[in-house]
Design a protein around this ligand. Structure first.
Ligand SMILES: [Zn+2]
Length: 655
């Protein structure tokens, strides 16, 4: 094809995709495909030596949406130059070093909607989207509804801070659990949709958060990015706990690799890392291109969104009887793994996304084990409608449609029982080690378990009889272990027990909130709707589910049976004990501990009544430092916060 013609075609295409992505929040191509087109556009511009005045390489992509008041930014908000490989990043840092840079700062590149907040006299006076960098949308009313954004701050001068509006993945999950009819499909669109919602209270309802990371303007400037980072924390802005700085190029590179390897375990969406020259004065010497500051670089991780073909739908029956459609997709590489299945919420989700078998779809790797289907990229004449089942694929019972969901109403449905037992036995529930789904299926098939309580009626001999006589000797040790862990699981914390029951919509967080409010199982079982819905994050549907669950005679009987089998649910207050070192103290963890994971150490500290925080400030009482502790340790030393090692930690907790 004629290269000039291809060039103009690309200009139009990329502009359209920019509009869909930034303005409509409704992309029709994957990030990976977009990046490919953009790169092709840039290389054609270089090759042909032309730049169309309308070329997206000329200007920052996003534009403002009609319906909002315009806000002219006091200072231009640049987008960042991007690179995708480590050698390009290293040579950029070398270049900065020869321009005089001594120190670099490293932060997450958040995948949300960029927001600036203006403060005057210590009061929040304006919030705006970035728009095209010069003019954005006034979203002050929306941002005022975000509880984590400070409305008053200690700094009384004029200040413009930058942050990213996002929904944490755990908040997204709990929102979706209490709004099963209208689940939000992904965190980025959900955040952008709330900020750009004409109803300003939507931002509060969706539990939006803004993670602040920079100062765009201040009447009394500081000297370094590190100082701005501390300034934001000291003024009460929500700052992500990750912040790293170093003068050493290799240390920065290896920290970027660390981020890449853990990014799918974070509670927020990030799509890269941002590296900045720390010295603010030096930045003006280094300067800007027409589009980017030269003193900052975004390192983009491999896109986690791709297109694939939807080949089939299988219908999975969960413990509540809810039928979840699972999409079987053409094998697709997503961030290093080959993926063949992707999740959909329910039949309503399929209809809303207008999915058809044989169509091209977008899949995105999410925080879940299996990725999600975002929507349709393209239908073909051969695409087929998806026909939902009318009878349960497991037990043949006629399905019930409730809102956007299909349910198998048969409580004895094998798939439902096996799934509730698998959940019941899982690590954060009753923690019955060694009991796999396969074991549960075998037990169910042989002994016909009806409820989770039946697991405590299984004896050592019953377990042994799952195996053929000739295998029993060989499997005896394994069976003894399972039998022991069933026994050990009978002593359980209230929060774990609530979670284990598998009440519809109750995750670990809600289980903890309930335990925290009611302290004993008996009090929770008696609690009424008004008392439950008074808990901050529990909505109408969830509160009704809980009340219904504990009013159901079958469930009361099942809990009684478990108690008779020796299950002892510890009172929640009895779990927390006074500790002379940690009760009421704020503790920050950093580095790697040899005897505990981060989660375990956090759980121990919280059970002793400590508050575990993500960032070190003057209010921190202790920093617990493992090996390879980073910036938090140096900050603790700067502020004179007491640093303890793992040995001291063990001593303090009485181990
Ligand atoms: Zn069934």
């Amino acid at each position: 094809m004629d290269k000039t013609k291809r060039y103009h075609e690309l200009v139009d295409l990329v502009r359209r995709y920019n509009y869909e992505y930034y303005t409509l929040d409704n992309p029709t191509v994957s990030d990976a495909d977009y990046d490919k087109l953009y790169d092709e556009l840039v290389s054609l511009e270089q090759e042909l030596g032309i730049v169309d005045p309308d070329s997206p390489t000329n200007k920052v992509g996003d534009t403002t949406l009609a319906g909002f008041k315009k806000h002219t930014h006091k200072v231009r908000l640049y987008s960042l130059d991007k690179c995708r490989d480590y050698s390009a990043l290293a040579s950029w840092m070398e270049k900065m070093k020869s321009a005089g840079a001594k120190n670099f700062c490293l932060e997450y590149k958040f995948d949300g909607l960029r927001i600036t907040c203006t403060y005057k006299g210590g009061k929040l006076v304006n919030a705006a989207t970035r728009g095209n960098g010069l003019v954005g949308e006034d979203v002050t009313a929306q941002v005022r509804n975000i509880s984590s954004v400070p409305k008053t701050i200690g700094y009384k001068g004029e200040l413009i801070v930058q942050g990213e509006a996002m929904i944490t993945l755990s908040n997204l999950a709990s929102y979706n659990a209490s709004h099963p009819d209208e689940p939000m499909k992904n965190a980025r669109n959900a955040a952008a949709g709330a900020i750009r919602n004409i109803d300003p209270t939507e931002a509060g309802r969706r539990n939006l958060d803004i993670f602040f990371y920079d100062v765009a303007y201040i009447d009394k400037p500081l000297e370094t990015q590190c100082q701005y980072h501390e300034f934001l924390i000291d003024n009460g802005f929500h700052v992500d706990e990750f912040f790293y700085h170093s003068s050493d190029i290799d240390s920065i590179l290896s920290e970027v690799k660390n981020i890449d390897s853990r990014r799918n375990n974070l509670d927020i969406l990030i799509d890269g890392a941002v590296i900045k020259v720390d010295d603010i004065d030096l930045r003006s010497t280094i300067g800007y291109t027409a589009k980017f500051p030269k003193w900052a670089m975004a390192f983009k991780f491999e896109a986690v969104e791709k297109t694939a073909t939807l080949e089939n739908i299988v219908w999975q029956i969960g413990r509540t009887g809810k039928i979840t459609p699972i999409g079987e997709i053409s094998p697709t590489e997503l961030a290093g793994a080959i993926v063949r299945r992707a999740t959909l919420n329910n039949i309503g989700d399929i209809r809303r996304k207008d999915l058809k078998i044989g169509s091209k779809i977008f899949v995105r790797r999410s925080n879940e084990v299996i990725p999600e289907i975002l929507g349709v990229a393209e239908h073909f004449p051969s695409s087929r409608e998806i026909v939902p089942p009318t009878k349960c694929p497991c037990c043949g019972t006629t399905l019930i449609e409730d809102g956007a969901n299909l349910f198998c109403p048969n409580k004895k449905c094998s798939n439902r029982i096996v799934d509730s037992l698998t959940h019941f036995a899982s690590r954060n529930a009753m923690n019955i080690e060694g009991v796999s789904t396969k074991t549960i299926e075998a037990l169910h098939e042989k002994y016909g378990l009806n409820t989770v309580a039946d697991i405590y009626k299984i004896t050592y001999d019953d377990l042994l009889e799952l195996f053929s006589p000739k295998d029993r000797r060989k499997e005896a040790v394994k069976v003894a272990n399972i039998s022991r862990s069933i026994e050990a699981s009978k002593n359980v914390g209230l929060n774990n027990f609530i979670f284990a029951l598998g009440i519809d919509g109750i995750g670990e967080k809600t289980a903890k909130d309930l335990a925290n409010k009611y302290h004993t199982l008996e009090a929770l079982m008696q609690a009424d709707y008004d008392s439950i819905i008074a808990i901050d994050e529990i909505g109408d549907i969830l509160a009704s589910n809980i009340v219904e669950y504990f009013r159901n005679p079958d469930n009361i009987k099942m809990i009684d049976e478990m108690k008779r089998s020796g299950v002892k649910v510890a009172d929640y207050s009895a779990v927390s004990t006074e500790n002379e070192y940690f009760t009421g103290k704020t503790v920050v963890l950093t580095g790697t501990l040899s005897g505990y994971t981060r989660d375990q150490a956090t759980a121990i500290l919280e059970s002793l009544g400590a508050h575990v925080s993500g960032s070190v400030s003057k209010k921190t009482d202790y920093v617990l430092a493992g090996v390879e502790a980073g910036s938090k340790l140096s900050r603790a030393h700067e502020l004179g916060v007491t640093v303890i090692d793992e040995e001291t930690f063990n001593k303090y907790i009485g181990k």
